[in-house]
Design a protein around this ligand. Structure first.
Ligand SMILES: [Zn+2]
Length: 412
């Protein structure tokens, strides 16, 4: 019990005066960005406007040249089919550090983080029962936005050889709309001059020093470079993968340039109204910001080109908001310690899952004749069925296997 109490104190009760100056600045930023008064930073809200102005002011105070890039949410964006946001004006916030070397200043290193979130939930949220509550998005992505601001402070008034561009994107949660606008309409230099793009999306929950650097396979030089910069206090750095993924870096990767996505991994508050600032590891965000600033600096100054490595676009996998038949489970995205199967944290009222008697904590291991090892299997299984199909759901509860028959529904 004492150990538990100590642990709780260590995680939640960090007195402010034990934080580094950088961590204290980051704490102030995430508290502002993820405050209820920012309305969950939904596109079209005054809260998102205020967040954009806050980012502009923060970068300007650091000594950077900052501007807004205004755009409107396209009426044919897939997400807009579920919302009334088509035609809504919103903006990216952009700061430019001009390159100092004549031969290299025409190339750019882009550092980005989206600053929008889900507003009051609903579309894109994983807690349908909390629709109407402010979804503060402290980890997603006040954390990356705060890291971007800190990187701005670290790089301002320095003179990289290549041009460095910092961007806070809007419209990410509606389908990477701000980054698409940037890439196709408003990059300060032609997108073919992109040297590399570094994306910070969900960097606020550093646990056991484990940092994911996704996209490390998009340039041959990345693994060794990341390793050489990983100095004490070291990250348990997991560098791997191609440049596809559900965030802004994929838009840049699609233009065939190297990208990296920094990420401290999923957790049970992901896309739920419980993603709040008091659960963030601000010291961890400060460490990530320092690491990414060092990386950007070294990318902006290294003499040669990077060797781009392409990868085929994967089949669309959507963890839940996609097509296919409807079951109505709420999956535990943190995995819940399950290595085979999908653990659920609940079922939606009146859903086929409820009719099948599934409960929070159950682990689904098969749907119909398909084995379910993970969320992707589950998406595939539901896609292979239609509303009205009768299927057997196999699950385990407290180690005991259960089988139940249910009729799959139509997505609401
Ligand atoms: Zn998100």
């Amino acid at each position: 019990m004492i150990a538990l109490l100590l642990l709780t104190t260590a995680l939640c009760g960090v007195p402010q005066d034990t934080l580094s100056p950088a961590a204290r600045r980051i704490l102030a930023d995430v508290r502002f960005l993820a405050a209820d008064s920012q309305e969950g930073r939904g596109v079209g809200t005054a809260g998102l406007q205020r967040a954009g102005a806050y980012i502009r002011d923060g970068l300007a105070r650091a000594g950077l040249r900052v501007s807004f890039q205004d755009f409107t949410i396209p009426a044919d964006a897939p997400a807009v089919l579920h919302t009334t946001l088509g035609g809504t004006p919103t903006r990216n916030v952009v700061a430019i550090i001009p390159g100092s070397a004549r031969a290299l200043r025409g190339e750019m290193v882009v550092i980005g983080a989206h600053y929008d979130h889900l507003g009051l939930g609903g579309f894109g949220a994983l807690d349908p029962d909390s629709t109407g509550k402010v979804h503060n998005g402290a980890d997603d992505n006040a954390s990356g936005t705060a890291a971007l601001l800190e990187i701005g402070r670290l790089l301002a008034r320095r003179h990289p050889a290549r041009t460095v561009v910092l961007v806070a994107f809007s419209g990410e949660e509606l389908g990477t709309l701000g980054s698409s606008y940037f890439v196709h309409h408003s990059a300060p230099q032609p997108i073919d001059s992109l040297y590399a793009m570094l994306n910070l999306d969900m960097v606020g929950r550093l646990r056991n020093a484990r940092l994911l650097a996704l996209g490390a396979g998009t340039a041959r030089e990345f693994p060794a470079l990341l390793d050489s910069l990983n100095t004490p206090p070291r990250f348990d750095l997991r560098a791997s993968g191609d440049g596809w993924g559900p965030s802004d870096h994929a838009v840049f990767f699609a233009t065939r340039h190297p990208v990296l996505h920094f990420f401290t991994d999923l957790h049970e508050d992901y896309h739920r109204s419980t993603d709040d600032w008091d659960k963030l590891n601000v010291t961890g965000i400060a460490q990530v910001a320092q690491f990414v600033a060092d990386l950007a600096w070294s990318l902006a100054n290294r003499p040669g080109p990077l060797t781009f490595v392409d990868a085929p676009r994967p089949q669309a996998t959507t963890g839940g908001s996609g097509y296919g038949a409807y079951l109505g489970t709420i999956p535990d995205l943190s995995g819940g310690g399950v290595s085979d199967g999908v653990r659920i944290t609940g079922v939606r009222a009146g859903s086929p899952a409820e009719q099948a008697g599934l409960l929070a904590g159950d682990v689904i291991t098969a749907i119909g004749n398909k084995h379910i090892g993970n969320l992707y299997d589950m998406t595939d299984a539901l896609r292979s069925h239609q509303a009205g199909d009768t299927v057997v759901i196999v699950s385990t509860r407290d180690g005991v296997e259960r089988r139940a028959t249910t009729v799959l529904g139509k997505r609401p």
